[in-house]
Design a protein around this ligand. Structure first.
Ligand code: NAD
Ligand code: UDP
Ligand code: UDP
Length: 336
């Protein structure tokens, strides 16, 4: 009692053994919404060392504040459109703005991030022999003519529209992944992520769940974009992170849909947020943006069969889990 146990002095041999059993993991875009939750989960495993590379365009250091200074964690301000030299075993490549208002803000940059950024991460993976996972998107299916969307569906995408920098960008990123796999034997994993929500979503990023929750807490009308019958399927972020890690650790390249098949119209979503967060707000229909997909719902048969994964958290249970985080950031305390 009272004796502080000293760690053994590491001999060079001991040191190399220690590092061999460790897994060094690069997370690009790790300061963002999904990335920071992924980092939290990876850091729970004491054998993991995590390096985040992020240019903080839509992410923030604050999302990672609990890890800054941790001996198994490193944060690099880095833009993936520039080459990156690090030695890692795995790469989760998430860097890319995900919300339409941000990816449309500088569309040329979005394309560069998807194409040059993915090329650089593949070059890095090739040099160090790392396994690399790309977070692609349900947007590769465009405005889908098949419903629900299976991985075999090639999509219905406008190549010259205002969303193309993102959806065509991700399609090229997927192509690059498969070409490096076929040509250079790289170990690749592709997740096609469907709409994801949870704490740390950017408050003013225009995405529907963050908009509705912020509006409900501020006592403003919920803005349903016309016609309001368009559908989305929302996955809670902890389920998403679980799916991504299973994909990385499994034996399948993908692409594999990761999402929650529970499908809702935007009007239904507004009514649900209203009921759960603030019954006194109204719902109004506002103008929509071009090329808005009318329906979206993942077929997750592959994820179930190949990864043993399916989402656990229903929308009605997940929405209230965001409330506290949003209240805190918006400065709207709960009144009894
Ligand atoms: P996010 O915007 O919160 O996170 C993206 C992160 O990437 C941010 O931290 C941002 O600063 C960083 N970044 C952007 N461009 C970069 C660059 N050039 N170099 C370095 N860092 C850069 O978005 P998110 O919701 O966490 O999405 C993460 C990934 O998942 C993205 O690849 C996105 O396309 C994909 N995805 C997300 C959703 C969703 O619903 N959230 C749906 C489909 C796909
Ligand atoms: N690259 C990188 N980090 C590395 C190795 C490569 O960022 O550790 C970049 C490199 O700058 C290049 C890209 O990845 O732009 C593709 O590399 P690859 O070796 O596949 O192609 P090449 O350099 O022959 O064009
Ligand atoms: N949407 C809405 N109100 C908002 C923001 C978005 O009704 O305040 C709708 C939008 O028209 C789309 C859906 O919600 O049909 C999802 O939009 P989001 O930007 O969240 O994601 P994505 O279009 O990328 O799926």
């Amino acid at each position: 009692q009272g004796v502080v146990k000293q760690p053994p002095t590491p001999s060079p041999l001991r040191f190399s053994k220690f590092f061999q059993s460790n897994m060094r993991i690069l997370v690009t875009g790790g300061a963002g919404f999904i990335g920071s939750h992924l980092v939290d989960k990876l850091m729970e495993n004491e054998k993991n060392e995590v390096i985040v590379a992020d240019n903080f365009f839509t992410g923030a250091k604050d999302n990672l504040r609990k890890w800054i200074g941790h001996p198994r964690f490193e944060l690099i301000r880095h833009d993936v459109t520039e080459p990156l030299l690090v030695e890692v075993d795995q790469i989760y490549h998430l860097a890319c703005p995900a919300s339409p208002i941000f990816y449309k803000y500088n569309p040329v940059k979005t394309i560069k991030t998807n194409v040059i950024g993915t090329l650089n991460m593949l070059g890095l993976a090739k040099r160090v022999g790392a396994r690399i996972l790309l977070t692609s998107t349900s947007e590769v299916y465009g405005d889908p003519l098949e419903h629900p969307q299976k991985e075999e569906y090639w999509g219905n995408v406008n190549p010259i529209g205002v969303r193309s920098c993102y959806d065509e960008g991700k399609r090229v990123a997927e192509t690059l992944m498969f070409d490096y796999h076929r040509q250079h034997g790289l170990e690749i994993r592709i997740a096609r992520i469907f709409n994801t929500y949870g704490p740390r979503m950017n408050i003013d990023d225009g995405r529907v769940v963050s908009n509705f929750i912020a509006q409900a807490l501020r006592g403003e009308a919920l803005t349903v974009q016309a016609p309001g019958t368009q559908t989305r399927s929302f996955c809670y972020v902890s389920d998403m992170v679980d799916g991504l890690i299973r994909l990385m650790e499994g034996e399948n390249t993908g692409p594999i849909n990761i999402g929650n098949p529970g499908e809702f119209t935007m009007m239904e979503l507004a009514e649900t947020v209203k009921e759960l967060i603030n019954p006194s707000v109204s719902v109004k229909v506002v103008e929509n943006t071009p090329d808005d997909p009318r329906q979206r719902k993942p077929d997750i048969t592959k994820a179930k069969e190949l990864l043993g994964w399916e989402p656990k958290i229903k929308l009605r249970d997940g929405l209230p889990l965001m409330e506290e985080d949003f209240r805190l950031r918006l400065g709207v305390p709960k009144t009894a």
